[in-house]
Design a protein around this ligand. Structure first.
Ligand code: IFM
Length: 736
């Protein structure tokens, strides 16, 4: 394996990129994620560890958010009394008598999921040390985090002092979520900290130990920062190794989190860093065995797709059915850790196809939140289940109604929680797709069917019968620049798909799972009258279509607005909406993201014959400014299906590098989960044309970018593993 195709590197420290790098160097294990902030801290840094499911609603904040838990990273080092610290270039402390960083390199090894940083540091004394920091979030035991620091005396005989702490003084960008009276403890070579969130009452407990050859003392000098200290005198070329092992539990896992953390820590400490590391790597080897995609002929995209796969894997809950993937994963505070359609239509498919047990967890999260969806439907005067646009632990709608204030104090009304109702169908699509790929009949009969059917009940009550057809008013489709429009073609057409699927599903249940069929017919009141209405909606739903131009119309009136050719604004560093301003752009045909094109991705030729799909592309591609990170990968997928290889590759490269190159300028807030999942779909469904034939067999219909020599991947289909080897010019080896 070529190691350079398995790692993300930072050569030389670039202070300005620190927040971007904190995000991309995040480690995680499906239980928690920790940003790549430095152990010793850095001016203006934003360290954060986010635990799935720990939300809190602070006073004066509009909605609940995922909470930054106490920091487990802190390790401070002094060499002959000089504190080791990276500093911005402008600071004059670069010069003696302070320390000097002679060399710096950081690397995230994607294969072993270890973050490594190597530094050459000269103390004010003139002695030079090499510092090597490693950290992992164990995939084998998700409560365990392990750090190893190696200090090597390169020149001179330095005295090295090291402190390892837990830091309770954390906030979400200034918003306090923890009750101030934390419980802290320090004894022997172990420290502990337990904290409780202010509103939701979640408790987290952290315990750390320091393993090294020199004696360790524990102290509680600062109430919220229990600390372990040690010191060692090194001879030239001698190396000292310090292992800090931390264990974290929350009240979502156990009743007494700190006690559980301390107990589990003792076992982990006995095993030691090397054994923990080995078990972690063994688990990762299994992850990669199932999920790796190899692309020959394009090293940049090869690394990028491993990076996007890594970020989906580190955020996907492994054992918990009550949490899901937020739009920014567990790598930043963006979108407050809320769960959107990004999960079911973007992050879920890679799991469905390669790690179905993880996909099932994500769908069960929605199943367990049906009561919130039913509540939302009822509160809005509808029947069935209407999923919230933004979801947290409770399953209630948590989209803020207003934006954060602009510098002049004004706020913008956010309508997505009211009007972006297609989320209910997106959840149903994800559940149906999961069943089609996995053949998990037990899931479908017991859980998935209820998700699909009760959201269908919602749509049956939501549509409006007028103008001798069915319409849906006041919607926001995927293109969020146009709010509260009537008859979004995406929404209306997906509702038809949804009701058709619900009727097929009922036939399947009647034939294959009679008890569940009867249970659901009774509980959801699936009477003949209701089902006949669904059939009527399917035939008489209004699907905006221009017969002359043979295109789908995003919504009636769309083409009456001003046409702005988006390509004329190239090159640009921001969205066309930002260039034109909100109030002007909403009156133009500029589209934020794949909308009709998204519909084409989901339904393919079920939507329309190829020539209509091509007309749609020609119409909407030049109008789309890709203001959303969800857009480029979807365009890559659809472009490849249409054989538009230049556009498809261009969009693919862009999507695959959104986070690595920070080409939206907002990666400091977290990884774009949907873009990561979208990249997977662009390769498998787009370039490779992977699909299920009508007879139930799998097939490939590949169109690869010219310079790609070969793409290899495996998928799990109905309980069996299939490996594909697609070569250019297109040759597909038989499935294994
Ligand atoms: O869900 C997306 C939406 O489609 C575009 N705005 C950002 C949301 C979260 O990623």
């Amino acid at each position: 394996m070529k190691r350079r195709l398995w790692s993300i590197r930072e050569h030389g420290f670039v202070p300005d990129k620190q927040l971007h790098h904190e995000t991309i160097f995040t480690i995680g294990n499906g239980y928690l994620g920790t940003r790549g902030s430095f152990e010793e801290g850095f001016e203006g840094d934003t360290p954060a560890t986010l635990l799935h499911g720990i939300y809190d609603h602070a006073p004066n904040v509009l909605v609940p958010e995922l909470v930054n838990i106490p920091n487990w990273l802190p390790i401070g080092i002094t060499v002959d009394g000089t504190p080791f610290k990276l500093i911005t270039k402008t600071t004059d402390t670069l010069r003696p008598p302070h320390g000097y960083v002679l060399g710096y390199e950081r690397e995230l090894h994607l294969d072993e999921a270890v973050l490594r940083r190597e530094i050459l540091f000269r103390a004010a004394s003139g002695n030079i040390v090499r510092l090597i920091f490693d950290r992992i979030a164990s995939l084998d035991n998700p409560h365990i985090l392990a750090q190893r620091v190696r200090v090597i005396a390169v020149d001179g005989n330095p005295t090295v002092e090291l402190t390892a702490a837990l830091d309770g003084q954390v906030t979400n960008a200034g918003v306090a979520h923890w009750l101030p009276n934390m419980h802290v403890q320090a004894a022997g070579n172990t420290i502990g900290l337990e904290a409780t969130t202010q509103q939701s009452g979640y408790i987290v407990g952290l315990a750390s130990t320091l393993l090294c050859a020199s004696p360790v003392t524990a102290s509680l000098t600062d109430n919220l920062r229990p600390t372990l200290s040690t010191s060692v005198k090194l001879q030239q070329e001698q190396e000292a190794v310090f292992d800090k092992i931390t264990c974290i539990y929350s009240s979502r896992d156990v009743d007494a989190p700190l006690q559980a953390a301390a107990e589990n820590l003792a076992n982990a400490a006995q095993l030691g860093y090397d054994a923990l590391y080995k078990a972690h790597v063994r688990e990762w080897a299994q992850y990669w065995d199932r999920s790796d995609i190899t692309i020959e002929g394009d090293d940049a995209c090869q690394v990028a797709i491993r990076f996007t796969t890594y970020h989906v894997l580190i955020t996907a809950p492994r054992t918990d059915e009550n949490v899901s993937i937020g739009a920014k994963t567990l790598s930043g505070l963006g979108y407050k850790g809320h769960v959107f359609w990004d999960t079911e239509l973007f992050a879920l498919p890679p799991m469905t196809l390669t790690q179905p047990h993880l996909a099932r967890n994500l769908l069960m999260y929605r199943y367990h939140r049906l009561s919130g969806a039913r509540h939302k439907a009822k509160a809005n005067g509808y029947e069935g289940a209407m999923f919230p646009w933004e979801s947290t632990d409770t399953g209630e709608e948590t989209t803020p109604q207003w934006s954060d204030p602009e510098p002049d104090g004004t706020r913008i009304r956010i309508w997505t929680g009211d009007s972006e109702q297609h989320i209910s169908t997106d959840v149903a699509y994800g559940a149906w797709q999961y069943w089609q790929w996995t053949g998990d009949n037990e899931f479908l009969a017991r859980y998935g069917a209820e998700l699909i059917l009760d959201t269908a009940v919602f749509w049956g009550s939501r549509v409006e019968e007028k103008n001798e057809r069915y319409e849906i008013s006041q919607q926001i489709g995927p293109d969020e620049y146009h709010e509260n429009i009537d008859n979004s073609v995406f929404t209306n057409r997906m509702v038809v798909w949804h009701l058709e699927t619900a009727l097929h599903l009922l036939d399947w249940l009647r034939a294959n799972a009679t008890t569940d069929y009867e249970r659901l017919v009774n509980e959801l009141d699936l009477s003949d009258t209701r089902l006949n209405r669904w059939r009527d909606i399917i035939t008489r739903m209004y699907i905006p279509f221009d017969e002359t131009k043979q295109i789908h119309v995003q919504f009636p009136g769309f083409f009456d607005m001003e046409y702005i050719p988006v390509p004329n604004y190239q090159p640009r560093t921001t969205s066309v909406q930002a260039i034109l301003g909100h109030s002007r752009s909403i009156q133009t045909q500029v589209i934020k993201q794949a909308d009709v094109v998204m519909l084409m991705a989901l339904l393919g030729e079920q939507l329309a014959p190829l020539d209509v799909l091509r007309n749609n592309w020609d119409t909407y591609y030049p109008r789309t400014d890709h203001g959303s990170s969800l857009s480029p990968a979807t365009h890559a997928w659809v472009g490849a299906r249409l054989g538009l290889m230049d556009e498809a590759y261009d969009m693919f490269y862009h999507a695959a590098h959104i986070d690595l190159e920070d080409n939206k300028g907002n990666v400091k807030d977290g990884i774009h989960a949907a873009a990561c999942g979208g990249v997977f779909q662009a390769v498998l469904f787009g370039f490779c044309g992977l699909h299920i034939r009508e007879d139930g067999t799998l097939a490939i219909d590949a169109r690869l970018p010219e310079h790609w020599r070969r793409v290899r991947f495996s998928v799990n289909y109905r309980g069996q593993r299939y490996t594909f080897d697609v070569q250019n010019p297109v040759l597909v080896s038989p499935m294994a």
